[in-house]
Design a protein around this ligand. Structure first.
Ligand SMILES: NC(=O)c1ccc[n+]([C@@H]2O[C@H](COP(=O)([O-])OP(=O)(O)OC[C@H]3O[C@@H](n4cnc5c(N)ncnc54)[C@H](OP(=O)(O)O)[C@@H]3O)[C@@H](O)[C@H]2O)c1
Length: 254
Protein backbone atom coordinates (compact mmCIF):
# COMPACT_ATOMS: atom_id res chain seq x y z
CA UNK A 1 0.00 0.00 0.00
CA UNK A 2 1.30 3.48 -0.88
CA UNK A 3 2.55 5.58 2.02
CA UNK A 4 0.29 8.43 3.16
CA UNK A 5 2.84 11.05 2.04
CA UNK A 6 4.38 10.90 -1.46
CA UNK A 7 6.24 14.21 -1.25
CA UNK A 8 7.23 16.28 1.79
CA UNK A 9 9.21 19.46 2.33
CA UNK A 10 11.17 19.85 5.58
CA UNK A 11 12.90 23.08 6.57
CA UNK A 12 15.85 22.94 8.94
CA UNK A 13 16.77 19.56 7.47
CA UNK A 14 20.52 20.07 7.87
CA UNK A 15 20.47 19.25 11.60
CA UNK A 16 18.60 17.86 14.61
CA UNK A 17 14.87 17.18 14.43
CA UNK A 18 14.53 18.24 10.78
CA UNK A 19 17.32 15.92 9.68
CA UNK A 20 15.87 12.99 11.63
CA UNK A 21 12.37 13.70 10.30
CA UNK A 22 13.57 13.84 6.69
CA UNK A 23 15.42 10.53 7.13
CA UNK A 24 12.42 8.84 8.73
CA UNK A 25 10.12 10.12 5.97
CA UNK A 26 12.49 8.71 3.35
CA UNK A 27 12.58 5.36 5.21
CA UNK A 28 8.78 5.26 4.96
CA UNK A 29 8.94 5.83 1.18
CA UNK A 30 8.32 9.57 0.94
CA UNK A 31 10.30 11.82 -1.45
CA UNK A 32 11.72 14.72 0.56
CA UNK A 33 12.62 18.33 -0.26
CA UNK A 34 15.48 19.28 2.04
CA UNK A 35 15.68 22.95 3.00
CA UNK A 36 18.22 24.85 5.14
CA UNK A 37 21.03 27.36 4.57
CA UNK A 38 24.01 24.95 4.66
CA UNK A 39 24.32 22.90 1.49
CA UNK A 40 26.98 20.41 2.64
CA UNK A 41 24.96 18.75 5.45
CA UNK A 42 21.91 18.69 3.19
CA UNK A 43 23.90 16.86 0.47
CA UNK A 44 25.21 14.39 3.08
CA UNK A 45 21.63 13.79 4.26
CA UNK A 46 20.42 13.34 0.67
CA UNK A 47 23.05 10.62 0.22
CA UNK A 48 21.66 8.80 3.30
CA UNK A 49 18.01 9.05 2.27
CA UNK A 50 16.31 5.97 0.84
CA UNK A 51 13.98 7.82 -1.52
CA UNK A 52 14.47 10.63 -4.08
CA UNK A 53 15.33 14.02 -2.57
CA UNK A 54 15.74 17.59 -3.72
CA UNK A 55 18.22 19.87 -1.95
CA UNK A 56 17.10 23.51 -1.95
CA UNK A 57 19.24 25.83 0.14
CA UNK A 58 17.61 29.00 1.37
CA UNK A 59 17.30 31.33 4.33
CA UNK A 60 13.73 31.03 5.59
CA UNK A 61 13.71 34.70 6.59
CA UNK A 62 13.62 35.55 2.86
CA UNK A 63 10.06 34.74 1.69
CA UNK A 64 10.96 34.97 -2.03
CA UNK A 65 13.77 32.46 -1.51
CA UNK A 66 11.42 30.13 0.39
CA UNK A 67 8.90 30.31 -2.45
CA UNK A 68 11.68 29.57 -4.98
CA UNK A 69 12.85 26.58 -2.89
CA UNK A 70 9.25 25.30 -2.68
CA UNK A 71 8.73 25.67 -6.45
CA UNK A 72 11.97 23.87 -7.20
CA UNK A 73 11.09 20.95 -4.92
CA UNK A 74 7.58 20.67 -6.39
CA UNK A 75 9.07 20.88 -9.91
CA UNK A 76 11.50 18.03 -9.19
CA UNK A 77 9.52 15.77 -6.85
CA UNK A 78 5.85 16.64 -7.44
CA UNK A 79 3.16 18.44 -5.41
CA UNK A 80 3.53 18.42 -1.62
CA UNK A 81 1.44 16.20 0.63
CA UNK A 82 3.25 17.49 3.71
CA UNK A 83 5.11 20.70 4.51
CA UNK A 84 7.03 20.82 7.81
CA UNK A 85 8.03 24.28 9.05
CA UNK A 86 10.77 23.13 11.39
CA UNK A 87 13.71 25.54 10.99
CA UNK A 88 14.28 27.40 14.22
CA UNK A 89 16.82 29.07 16.47
CA UNK A 90 16.92 29.56 20.21
CA UNK A 91 19.23 31.08 22.74
CA UNK A 92 19.14 33.25 25.83
CA UNK A 93 18.25 36.92 25.50
CA UNK A 94 18.86 38.44 28.94
CA UNK A 95 17.55 41.86 29.99
CA UNK A 96 20.97 42.89 31.31
CA UNK A 97 22.66 42.00 28.01
CA UNK A 98 19.80 42.89 25.69
CA UNK A 99 20.63 42.89 21.98
CA UNK A 100 17.71 43.89 19.77
CA UNK A 101 19.32 42.05 16.83
CA UNK A 102 18.99 38.77 18.75
CA UNK A 103 15.25 39.23 19.22
CA UNK A 104 14.96 40.11 15.53
CA UNK A 105 16.86 36.94 14.64
CA UNK A 106 14.72 34.64 16.79
CA UNK A 107 11.44 36.20 15.64
CA UNK A 108 12.70 36.35 12.03
CA UNK A 109 13.43 32.62 11.83
CA UNK A 110 10.89 31.10 14.24
CA UNK A 111 7.93 33.33 13.39
CA UNK A 112 8.37 34.92 9.97
CA UNK A 113 10.45 32.05 8.55
CA UNK A 114 7.88 29.49 9.65
CA UNK A 115 5.03 31.53 8.18
CA UNK A 116 6.95 32.10 4.95
CA UNK A 117 7.23 28.31 4.69
CA UNK A 118 3.55 27.72 5.42
CA UNK A 119 2.40 30.39 2.98
CA UNK A 120 4.73 29.12 0.23
CA UNK A 121 3.06 25.69 0.40
CA UNK A 122 -0.56 26.77 0.95
CA UNK A 123 -1.69 28.05 -2.48
CA UNK A 124 -0.98 24.73 -4.23
CA UNK A 125 -2.47 22.71 -1.35
CA UNK A 126 -5.63 24.82 -1.42
CA UNK A 127 -5.86 24.51 -5.20
CA UNK A 128 -5.67 20.71 -4.87
CA UNK A 129 -7.88 20.62 -1.76
CA UNK A 130 -5.26 18.32 -0.22
CA UNK A 131 -2.25 18.53 2.04
CA UNK A 132 -0.92 18.85 5.56
CA UNK A 133 0.99 21.65 7.23
CA UNK A 134 3.07 20.91 10.32
CA UNK A 135 4.79 23.50 12.46
CA UNK A 136 7.46 22.49 14.95
CA UNK A 137 6.61 24.78 17.82
CA UNK A 138 7.61 24.00 21.43
CA UNK A 139 6.25 23.31 24.93
CA UNK A 140 8.19 26.51 25.74
CA UNK A 141 5.49 28.37 23.80
CA UNK A 142 2.98 27.71 26.62
CA UNK A 143 5.09 29.58 29.22
CA UNK A 144 7.21 32.70 29.51
CA UNK A 145 10.56 31.25 30.51
CA UNK A 146 13.15 33.52 32.16
CA UNK A 147 16.15 33.96 29.84
CA UNK A 148 14.10 32.60 26.95
CA UNK A 149 11.36 35.20 26.61
CA UNK A 150 12.01 35.80 22.91
CA UNK A 151 12.08 32.08 22.13
CA UNK A 152 8.97 31.27 24.20
CA UNK A 153 7.08 34.15 22.62
CA UNK A 154 8.12 33.14 19.10
CA UNK A 155 6.72 29.65 19.70
CA UNK A 156 3.51 31.03 21.26
CA UNK A 157 3.04 32.99 18.04
CA UNK A 158 3.55 29.92 15.88
CA UNK A 159 1.18 27.79 17.99
CA UNK A 160 -1.58 30.42 17.87
CA UNK A 161 -1.19 31.22 14.17
CA UNK A 162 -1.39 27.51 13.32
CA UNK A 163 -4.44 27.13 15.58
CA UNK A 164 -6.24 29.82 13.59
CA UNK A 165 -5.16 28.28 10.27
CA UNK A 166 -6.32 24.81 11.38
CA UNK A 167 -9.92 25.96 11.66
CA UNK A 168 -9.75 27.91 8.40
CA UNK A 169 -8.09 25.21 6.33
CA UNK A 170 -9.74 21.99 7.49
CA UNK A 171 -12.97 22.56 5.50
CA UNK A 172 -10.76 23.12 2.44
CA UNK A 173 -8.97 19.77 2.68
CA UNK A 174 -5.76 20.89 4.38
CA UNK A 175 -4.80 19.51 7.81
CA UNK A 176 -2.70 21.53 10.25
CA UNK A 177 -0.65 19.92 13.03
CA UNK A 178 1.18 21.82 15.73
CA UNK A 179 4.04 19.87 17.26
CA UNK A 180 5.28 20.99 20.68
CA UNK A 181 8.33 19.02 21.82
CA UNK A 182 10.04 19.22 25.20
CA UNK A 183 13.82 18.77 25.31
CA UNK A 184 15.23 16.95 22.26
CA UNK A 185 18.92 16.11 21.95
CA UNK A 186 20.11 18.39 19.11
CA UNK A 187 22.72 21.12 18.61
CA UNK A 188 20.04 23.65 19.66
CA UNK A 189 20.12 22.47 23.28
CA UNK A 190 23.72 21.19 23.43
CA UNK A 191 24.79 24.50 24.98
CA UNK A 192 22.34 24.17 27.89
CA UNK A 193 24.18 23.78 31.17
CA UNK A 194 21.19 22.64 33.20
CA UNK A 195 19.50 19.27 33.59
CA UNK A 196 16.98 18.73 30.80
CA UNK A 197 14.17 16.50 32.10
CA UNK A 198 12.92 13.71 29.81
CA UNK A 199 15.56 14.52 27.18
CA UNK A 200 14.79 12.48 24.05
CA UNK A 201 16.95 11.57 21.05
CA UNK A 202 16.16 13.30 17.74
CA UNK A 203 15.54 9.93 16.06
CA UNK A 204 12.95 8.88 18.64
CA UNK A 205 11.34 12.34 18.50
CA UNK A 206 11.13 12.13 14.69
CA UNK A 207 9.37 8.75 14.86
CA UNK A 208 6.88 10.06 17.44
CA UNK A 209 6.26 13.26 15.45
CA UNK A 210 5.68 11.33 12.25
CA UNK A 211 3.17 9.00 13.92
CA UNK A 212 1.31 12.05 15.24
CA UNK A 213 1.31 13.63 11.76
CA UNK A 214 0.05 10.43 10.15
CA UNK A 215 -2.80 10.38 12.69
CA UNK A 216 -3.60 14.01 11.71
CA UNK A 217 -3.23 15.09 15.33
CA UNK A 218 -4.22 18.72 15.78
CA UNK A 219 -1.67 19.38 18.51
CA UNK A 220 1.02 16.99 19.63
CA UNK A 221 2.67 17.84 22.98
CA UNK A 222 5.44 15.45 24.06
CA UNK A 223 7.01 13.81 26.00
CA UNK A 224 3.81 13.52 28.02
CA UNK A 225 5.31 14.01 31.55
CA UNK A 226 6.90 17.27 30.39
CA UNK A 227 3.67 18.32 28.66
CA UNK A 228 1.75 17.59 31.87
CA UNK A 229 4.20 19.68 33.93
CA UNK A 230 3.83 22.60 31.50
CA UNK A 231 0.02 22.36 31.59
CA UNK A 232 0.12 22.32 35.42
CA UNK A 233 2.41 25.37 35.42
CA UNK A 234 -0.24 27.24 33.39
CA UNK A 235 -2.83 26.55 36.10
CA UNK A 236 -0.95 27.65 39.23
CA UNK A 237 -1.32 31.28 40.42
CA UNK A 238 1.14 33.62 38.69
CA UNK A 239 2.85 34.58 41.98
CA UNK A 240 3.70 30.90 42.51
CA UNK A 241 4.87 30.46 38.92
CA UNK A 242 7.11 33.58 39.21
CA UNK A 243 8.55 32.31 42.50
CA UNK A 244 9.33 28.84 41.13
CA UNK A 245 10.84 29.87 37.78
CA UNK A 246 12.95 32.58 39.44
CA UNK A 247 14.70 29.70 41.26
CA UNK A 248 14.53 27.30 38.33
CA UNK A 249 17.31 25.81 36.20
CA UNK A 250 16.82 28.09 33.20
CA UNK A 251 17.27 31.19 35.34
CA UNK A 252 20.35 29.73 37.00
CA UNK A 253 22.19 29.34 33.67
CA UNK A 254 24.39 32.44 33.52
N1 LIG B 1 15.80 20.60 20.49
C1 LIG B 1 14.79 20.86 21.31
O1 LIG B 1 14.84 20.57 22.53
C2 LIG B 1 13.54 21.52 20.77
C3 LIG B 1 12.42 21.58 21.62
C4 LIG B 1 11.26 22.17 21.16
C5 LIG B 1 11.20 22.69 19.88
N2 LIG B 1 12.30 22.62 19.07
C6 LIG B 1 12.20 23.20 17.73
O2 LIG B 1 12.54 22.23 16.77
C7 LIG B 1 13.02 22.87 15.60
C8 LIG B 1 14.33 22.22 15.18
O3 LIG B 1 15.29 22.47 16.18
P1 LIG B 1 16.52 21.50 16.48
O4 LIG B 1 16.51 21.25 17.92
O5 LIG B 1 16.53 20.38 15.54
O6 LIG B 1 17.72 22.52 16.21
P2 LIG B 1 19.03 22.44 15.30
O7 LIG B 1 19.63 21.09 15.34
O8 LIG B 1 19.84 23.62 15.70
O9 LIG B 1 18.46 22.68 13.83
C9 LIG B 1 17.95 23.91 13.42
C10 LIG B 1 17.74 23.86 11.92
O10 LIG B 1 17.20 25.11 11.49
C11 LIG B 1 17.92 25.58 10.37
N3 LIG B 1 17.91 27.03 10.32
C12 LIG B 1 18.26 27.91 11.29
N4 LIG B 1 18.15 29.17 10.83
C13 LIG B 1 17.72 29.08 9.54
C14 LIG B 1 17.42 30.03 8.53
N5 LIG B 1 17.54 31.35 8.74
N6 LIG B 1 17.01 29.58 7.32
C15 LIG B 1 16.89 28.24 7.08
N7 LIG B 1 17.14 27.29 7.98
C16 LIG B 1 17.56 27.72 9.21
C17 LIG B 1 19.33 25.03 10.57
O11 LIG B 1 19.98 24.88 9.31
P3 LIG B 1 21.12 25.84 8.71
O12 LIG B 1 21.94 26.33 9.86
O13 LIG B 1 21.84 24.96 7.75
O14 LIG B 1 20.36 26.94 8.02
C18 LIG B 1 19.05 23.66 11.16
O15 LIG B 1 18.84 22.72 10.12
C19 LIG B 1 13.17 24.35 15.95
O16 LIG B 1 12.07 25.07 15.46
C20 LIG B 1 13.16 24.35 17.47
O17 LIG B 1 12.70 25.55 18.01
C21 LIG B 1 13.47 22.05 19.48
Amino acid sequence: MAYLYSVALVTGASSGIGRALALELSRRGCKVGLVARREEPLRALAAECMSPTCVATCDVTDPAAVRAAHDRIVGELGPLDLCVANAGVGYEVRPDRFEFAEVQHIVGVNVLGAMATVYAALPAMLARGHGQIAGISSLAGYLGLPGNGAYSASKAYLTNHLEALRAELRPRGVYVTTVCPGFIETPLVSKNRFHMPFLMSADKAARKILTALERRRRVYNFPWPMALAVKAARLVPRWLYDWVVARGPVHAKS
